[in-house]
Ligand binder design. Structure first.
Ligand code: NAP
Length: 408
């Protein structure tokens, strides 16, 4: 698209630092390298961004989908954006009246803010989600009513199931949505911690049915990506919470990673580690409605280092085989070859191909970024072996909202 500037005005693409979770997805996606970051903020270079919108859909929170009309000669600089704690309001002084803004710029603003080329649509039968009910300035206050370790005492990872109760505050969520948590205190730069995002692990009617509560699945971060010791401010705060503690929660977020609700719809779930949170929510929703016999299948591929490290291993194993088809991939069991979820997708190729063909089957990936490439390659192999063309099928899956990916 042509640059948004003509006479004196332009549209500037910006990232909302309040709800950005610093997952690097936008920077990794941007084809023209317009997005960079420092230790605090992700920012967009006005002179490089070409409005291709490739970064919009992958952003898990919608922080990326922000736009301001600015004077062409004075866009927000990178240094200004690095210093922000929140987005500046749209300035009347910069824009002037509507009549003064060139039609081309107004049109571009409308296109940009409508998120064209943006978010993947949810399944047609998904329930309507509420989003952004609570902000950093006005968070909901939840009370901790549960904090249980999910992994074995001997496991290397401390993964916890944390239950938050919202009391009389309305906090409606759907399976697949996320919430943000505000850790107290200040970061090493002396600024308030940014929001930490976690997928909801409980179904829409509450962790305990008809209670106004949600569950989260959180792994204590003790290392950075390079393996050096590091203490995650958000995860350690959450994992150390005691019953009765108050937590500031924002959101909910997410309008596309939602489950289908029509009778006969099937769900294929592929996850690693704590990426199991939305899968637990969807599975539990279906389990609570199983007596209605609405049909459809559940197929799960779940990867963890060892059995002891797999969140929800015990409850998962108690589910009837006719209710859910479970495939567990363990990568570091001493007596088994290293197995990833994509290996099991290939091993179950015939059933996977049947569900890929089934227009009523919706597919969800959640977990490690590295898994995404491996799983998509496995789908390609399955298609080749079972008379399907992945290059044709993949865009169809996207167009019909049948493929949903949330990887970090
Ligand atoms: P993890 O324990 O580090 O890994 C889980 C399993 O995935 C291990 O068996 C690991 O094998 C395997 N794995 C590693 N690379 C892989 C690849 N390229 N393909 C397939 N499998 C691979 O997982 P985790 O630390 O829990 O991480 C889960 C991810 O989910 C994080 O990125 C997190 O941000 C994300 N997530 C979390 C939530 C939440 O609500 N908490 C929600 C959404 C997403 P090896 O290590 O043995 O190679």
């Amino acid at each position: 698209m042509a640059a948004a500037a003509s006479v004196g005005y332009a549209v500037q693409h910006l990232i909302d630092p309040e709800i950005c979770i610093r997952c690097n997805t936008c920077e990794a996606t941007c084809p023209v390298k317009a997005i960079t970051h420092d230790s605090r903020n992700y920012v967009v270079d006005f002179n490089t961004c070409n409005f291709c919108n490739a970064c919009i859909a992958p952003c898990p929170t919608g922080a990326i989908d922000n736009w301001r009309q600015v004077a062409k000669t004075t866009p927000f600089s990178l240094d200004e954006q690095f210093s922000w704690d929140s987005l500046p309001p749209q300035s009347d002084l910069e824009v002037g009246s509507d009549a003064e803004v060139p039609a081309e710029v107004r049109q571009l603003t409308e296109i940009a803010t409508a998120g064209q080329g943006g978010a993947v649509a949810p399944p047609w039968s998904a329930a309507h989600p509420y989003v952004n009910l609570y902000s950093v300035d006005r968070p909901a206050i939840a009370t901790v009513t549960g904090n249980f370790r999910l992994t074995d005492d001997g496991a290397s990872a401390d993964v916890r199931h944390i239950v938050l109760d919202f009391g009389s505050s309305a906090f409606p969520v759907l399976e697949g949505q996320s919430v943000g948590v505000l850790p107290p205190g200040l970061d090493p730069n002396g600024k308030p911690h940014h929001v930490r995002l976690y997928s909801v692990a409980s179904p829409r009617d509450g962790e305990r049915p008809r209670y106004n509560n949600i569950a989260l699945t959180i792994k204590r971060v003790t290392q950075d990506h390079q393996g050096s010791p590091a203490s995650g401010a958000g995860s350690n705060y959450m994992c150390d919470l005691k019953i009765g503690d108050a937590v500031k929660v924002v959101g909910p977020y997410g309008t596309s990673y939602l489950m289908p609700n029509h009778p006969g719809s099937s769900i294929m779930m592929i996850c690693t580690g704590t990426g199991s949170a939305p899968m637990r929510a969807m599975t539990e929703r279906r389990r609570r409605r199983a007596a209605l016999k609405e049909g459809g299948e559940l197929m799960l591929f779940f990867g963890a280092r060892r059995k002891e490290e797999l969140p929800y291993f015990g409850p998962l194993m108690k589910l009837p085989r006719e209710f859910i088809d479970i495939n567990l991939a363990f990568s570091r069991e001493t007596d088994q070859p290293k197995t990833y979820v994509q290996d099991l997708i290939r091993a179950r190729g015939k059933d996977v191909a049947r569900l890929l063909r089934d227009e009523s089957c919706y597919i969800y990936l959640c977990g490690l970024k590295g898994m995404e490439t491996g799983v998509l390659e496995a789908f390609r192999d399955v298609c080749r072996d079972h008379g399907l063309d992945w290059d044709r099928l993949k865009p169809e899956l996207h167009a019909k909202s049948r493929l949903h990916i949330e990887t970090y």
